[in-house]
Design a protein around this ligand. Structure first.
Ligand code: AMP
Ligand code: MN
Ligand code: MN
Ligand code: MN
Length: 287
């Protein structure tokens, strides 16, 4: 069985490992195909330009943020041309949006919690990383607003809470256009996380496929077998390609272990077989 992980994060977004560190960890785990999919940035690939990946195939990727009917949605792009001008403009747009959003989140939290401007502390925590809600969460923990990550998200940063700002992102069709225009495949990330009703999920898939989306994650992190079976049915029912990924962020987290969300149901069409440059014999090179 191939070991494939097409959804991972590094410290250029909210992951713990550097790009080189993630690459080394993935090779250590004998992953056959890896994609680094940081939130709205491809900066990790700049750090990897001169690194050897051995027999491991590295697929250029990204995880774009958008919103759909008021719900924050993530779209992974796989096999993208990292030099594509429209894609680069898109990444630039999202990076400015992320900066604007950080200001908005900061103002909202400051008001709602009656705290000092959190932004300087958040920037210190983020360092060179693109600011995300996990950096806000860590700052709120530092100043004692709550005592664990789960609570901070539940109360202040998670879905529908005061710090959940998402009106800044590019719209879904535009994001899919950036991905497909750069020769990539647009993948709906972790479909179960949005907690949509069957009817709304179906509308989302309508819009996603109408705009050129072609795949969805059937396996995301550690999930129940019945969820995998359900997602496989939805995926195959729409003739979508199937992807899998750990959504790895941090080696200390029990869930989302690197390379540990690999096996797709046999009746799914693996997305990597449709990526440019894929060769079926690749696995055998790895000994
Ligand atoms: P952002 O990209 O800034 O919108 O932040 C979203 C990120 O926050 C996700 O990719 C996760 O890494 C993290 N996240 C979301 N919910 C939680 C949670 N309940 N606990 C810990 N981290 C979370
Ligand atoms: Mn994240
Ligand atoms: Mn995501
Ligand atoms: Mn992710």
């Amino acid at each position: 069985m191939m070991k494939v992980d097409l959804h991972t994060h590094t410290s250029v977004s909210d992951g713990r490992l550097s790009a080189a560190g993630l690459l080394a960890a993935a090779m250590d785990k004998r992953i056959d195909i890896l994609s680094i999919t940081d939130h709205d940035t491809i900066a990790a690939y700049r750090e990897l330009e001169h690194l050897d990946t051995g027999a491991m195939q590295l697929i250029a990727g990204i995880e774009f943020s958008t919103q759909w009917r008021g719900v924050g949605i993530h779209i992974v792009g796989l096999g993208i041309d990292l030099q594509d001008p429209a894609l680069l403009r898109g990444v630039e747009f999202q990076s400015r949006a992320r900066e604007d959003r950080a200001l908005k989140i900061a103002r909202r939290l400051q008001k709602a919690l009656a705290i000092e401007d959190p932004l300087p502390g958040v920037r210190r925590i983020a360092g060179d990383s693109a600011i995300g809600r996990p950096h806000f969460a860590r700052h709120l923990l530092d100043i004692g607003v709550a005592d664990n990550m789960e609570t901070v998200f539940k109360k202040y940063l998670g879905r529908g809470k005061i710090g959940d700002v998402k009106d800044v992102w590019a719209e879904l069709p535009r994001i899919i256009e950036w991905i497909t225009g750069a020769g990539g495949i647009a993948v709906l990330a972790h479909p179960l996380k949005y907690q949509l009703t069957a009817r709304r999920f179906s509308s989302l898939l309508d819009e996603f496929t109408d705009a050129g989306g072609a795949a969805m994650e059937v396996v995301s992190g550690q999930q129940k077998p019945e969820d995998t079976a359900r997602l496989a049915r939805l995926c195959n029912g729409r003739d979508l390609l199937a992807s899998c990924g750990s959504d790895f962020h941090d080696p200390d987290h029990a869930w989302g272990g690197l390379g540990e969300a690999s096996d797709l149901p046999a009746d799914c069409a693996p997305v990597w077989e449709s990526l440019p440059g894929f060769t079926a014999t690749r696995h055998q090179d790895y000994s």
